[in-house]
Design a protein around this ligand. Structure first.
Ligand code: SF4
Length: 360
């Protein structure tokens, strides 16, 4: 059966559909999540474990760095272990791209800034066409070896480099193209992708590159990717963090869920706490979240945990299930009705019991 979702009203910019293995990307299909393997090839067991972990976390495709022709053999090893499509990330040497195609990768990424000879590009395109695999044309801001006067100037250059490359592919009657335009800041990334989407209808792979420390990276990715997705731009996302790869998948899921583009399970609604709060809410939410993850609950329900009576009863009533705290005590609401009383020490157990009864 065709997999489809109802896109939110802002998703009007339909692109072409591109197939990566069995995964359809673009047009009416949900925004996909791609992960990236970070383990070195010298640790094959670790690499396989990472790939399995990312697939379990929700990655729908995986990007693998292929530096030399012999690295391309990794496709076969990984495909024996996981079911999601694999994309080879290629730089500098077009023969590595040919090796990746030959060894069974489901897609390749080419960088217009370091594989630029038309004869070489054509050879790769012909091979990709023969094997029916897509090419992602990926430009990163760090690939330019000069300074730009503004994010807009850099974004225009990125789009123009990408556009020239696309024309070469199109001349070969090749249209299974995806594109990524990644800046190391949200502004450049947003401008570049907006410019591109006005001119082309190829699916866009969104990401911010080189995002910095974990928290800064989460913020940059949320603003950059979220800003574009909220305008209906973007078909597959890869969050880049200087952090373990499974966290990139989790952040990607939070971004998509926050925009109601995908549902990945329960969402906790909790207040920031303030001097009105008379329970240790931060600790309660932290512990509840861990227990929820361990429980394996997948139902996309809203669970409220609120610190006091100011906004607590309202949020708890609007959630599927929720608790509003008073002084050490809590009232549990379920679907807009008061269900029972609880307290600071028992709230996690009591809420989980109710969640299990109805949604597991
Ligand atoms: S819900 Fe209450 S405790 Fe939480 S931030 Fe608002 S006023 Fe403060």
């Amino acid at each position: 059966m065709e997999e489809m979702v109802l896109m939110p009203a802002f998703y009007k910019n339909m692109t072409r559909t591109v197939k990566l293995g069995n995964l359809k990307i673009g047009s009416k299909y949900p925004v996909r999540i791609k992960g990236m393997l970070k383990t070195p090839y010298s640790d094959i067991r670790g690499l396989i474990a990472e790939a399995k972990h990312l697939e379990k976390e929700g990655a729908e495709a995986l990007r693998v760095a292929v530096r030399e022709e012999r690295d391309a053999k990794i496709a076969k090893t990984l495909k024996e272990e996981i079911g999601v499509p694999l994309v080879a990330d290629i730089h500098f040497h077009y023969k590595v791209a040919l090796a990746a195609i030959e060894n069974g990768f489901d897609g390749i990424r080419l960088n217009p800034l370091n594989i630029s000879k038309t004869t070489e590009i054509r050879e790769v395109v012909r091979q990709a066409k023969a094997c029916k695999i897509p090419i992602r044309v990926g430009v990163n801001s760090g690939g330019f070896k000069k300074n730009f006067s503004s994010p807009e100037a850099l974004a225009r250059q990125m789009v123009s480099s990408c556009g020239r490359y696309i024309r070469i592919l199109e001349k070969e009657s090749f249209f299974d193209i995806m594109v990524s335009l990644k800046g190391s800041d949200a502004a450049t990334t947003i401008i570049a992708n907006e410019l591109f989407s006005k001119e082309f209808n190829y699916p866009l792979h969104l990401g911010i590159t080189a995002t910095g420390s974990y928290l800064a990276g989460v913020v940059k990715s949320s603003i950059g990717l979220g800003g574009l997705l909220s305008k209906g731009i973007g078909n597959i996302i890869r969050v880049s963090l200087t952090a373990p790869s499974f966290l990139e998948i989790r952040v990607a899921k939070y971004i998509l869920q926050a925009l109601n583009l995908r549902k990945y399970g329960p969402e906790i609604v909790s207040c920031p706490t303030c001097s009105r709060c008379e329970v240790k809410l931060i600790d309660i939410v932290d512990r509840f979240n861990k227990e929820l993850i361990d429980s394996g609950l997948t139902a996309p329900i809203r669970i409220a945990l609120m610190g006091c009576v100011v906004n607590g009863p309202g949020e708890a009533r609007q959630a599927d299930i929720g608790a509003a705290f008073g002084k050490k005590k809590a009232v549990i609401f379920k679907k807009d009705k008061i269900l029972r009383n609880s307290d600071e020490n028992n709230i996690i157990k009591d809420l989980l019991q109710e969640v299990r009864k109805t949604w597991m």
